[in-house]
Design a protein around this ligand. Structure first.
Ligand code: SF4
Length: 354
């Protein structure tokens, strides 16, 4: 027998003890075929990937897929019962929209299970040209409330939304009660301070931003200079950071640069850190989150293998017995090793000051 109650929105719900557990899909980053294979071997339910061009918000040199590689990746994923989500998550540029249309047509033609998109005009194109193609609203679409999500569902039939990393756990729980669109949230990976999809910081230094070129520090603008063992990182000639001999160096972005202000040198905007939501898995599972995403298509196949392995084990444990779930020490140690700046946070999920 099910104990039915009504929540604050008036929708009926079943008691916590009797609600069936919905296992969230584990969505892993694939910046290369090697990373895709690691993700599949270590238990990903889906991988996300993109082309080697500005249609892809991880448009880093030496990464990403040709159409031939995507064909192979789709075949290998499907052979293991996994899905391929095709990211076309930048915003089309005036006069170049055909490039983005071509990416959407390629996703449909290559057998991708869904496209991850942010630009409303491109989403309309995908919905019109490929009505059976699943559309996921990218985190770059910045949909943080039910009205925005419902509008996209009504207009374009989006099936899932990747939530921006600015919402707290109670806010996500409220959203989960307010919409039937599937919710995907980040479980692990690098954080940055932008309101997702809205950062133009790098445009001031390079002319390029994540939204139009898919990368916030384009490789052509990055320069590394070594002098007396110190490594300087510059973006379009602007000194972003200096690393002492032996100090690990991150990819230089303006937001995570160390600058001197009022005589003190330090991280002025943001310290490098990674989101780690493993301890929140029981809450996320309880609210019916459809997918847990790992950030990091720019990271190595080793990162993908390790982080997918941990998240696979953690999601399985949390689904088996959510009330007794405790993150294992070895998981946290592995995730800590792959964290930016060697430190982790729960970011906006947990806001102790509110
Ligand atoms: S400049 Fe920083 S805040 Fe902006 S998109 Fe790049 S990493 Fe994120």
């Amino acid at each position: 027998m099910t104990a039915a109650t009504a929540d604050a929105t008036g929708r009926s719900s079943v008691s916590e003890s009797e609600r069936p557990i919905r296992r969230p899909q584990l969505v892993a980053p694939a910046g290369s075929l090697a990373a895709l294979r690691m993700a599949l071997q270590h238990g990903a339910d889906a991988v996300y990937l993109g082309l080697r061009d500005a249609t892809n918000a991880r448009n880093f040199g030496g990464l990403n897929f040709s159409e031939d590689d995507i064909r192979k990746g789709v075949a290998e994923a499907h052979a293991r019962g996994a899905e391929v989500l095709f990211a076309i998550n930048t915003f089309a540029q005036m006069g170049q929209v055909e490039r983005w249309h071509h990416a959407v047509d390629a996703a449909a033609g290559l057998g991708a299970d869904a496209v991850i998109m942010a630009d409303a005009g491109l989403i309309a194109y995908a919905a019109r040209r490929h009505p059976s193609l699943r559309i996921h609203l990218s985190v770059q679409g910045s949909a943080t409330h039910a009205d925005a999500i419902e509008l996209m569902r009504q207009q374009f039939g989006i099936r899932r939304v990747v939530l921006p990393r600015v919402l707290s756990v109670p806010q996500i729980a409220r959203l989960a009660r307010q919409t039937d669109v599937e919710l995907e949230v980040f479980g692990f990976g690098s954080l940055c301070v932008m309101a997702e999809g809205r950062c133009l910081l790098s445009s001031y230094a390079t002319g390029d931003s994540p939204n139009n070129k898919g990368v916030c520090s384009p490789a052509h603008a990055v320069r590394w200079d070594e002098r007396d063992g110190t490594m300087d990182a510059r973006l379009s000639g602007i000194l972003i950071d200096s690393y002492a001999p032996g100090e690990p160096a991150g990819y230089p972005t303006l937001c995570k640069g160390r600058f001197t202000v009022e005589g003190e040198r330090g991280y002025v905007l943001e310290e490098p850190t990674s989101l780690n939501a493993v301890s929140l898995l029981p809450s996320l599972i309880d609210m019916g989150i459809a997918a847990i995403k790992i950030e990091g298509r720019q990271r190595s196949p080793r990162y993908v293998a390790d982080v997918v392995g941990v998240l696979r084990a953690a999601i399985d444990d949390a689904c088996r017995d959510p009330r007794r779930f405790v993150p294992r020490q070895e998981w946290q140690a592995t995730l800590g090793r792959h964290a930016e700046g060697d430190q982790v946070t729960q970011g906006a999920y947990d806001r102790p000051w509110r």
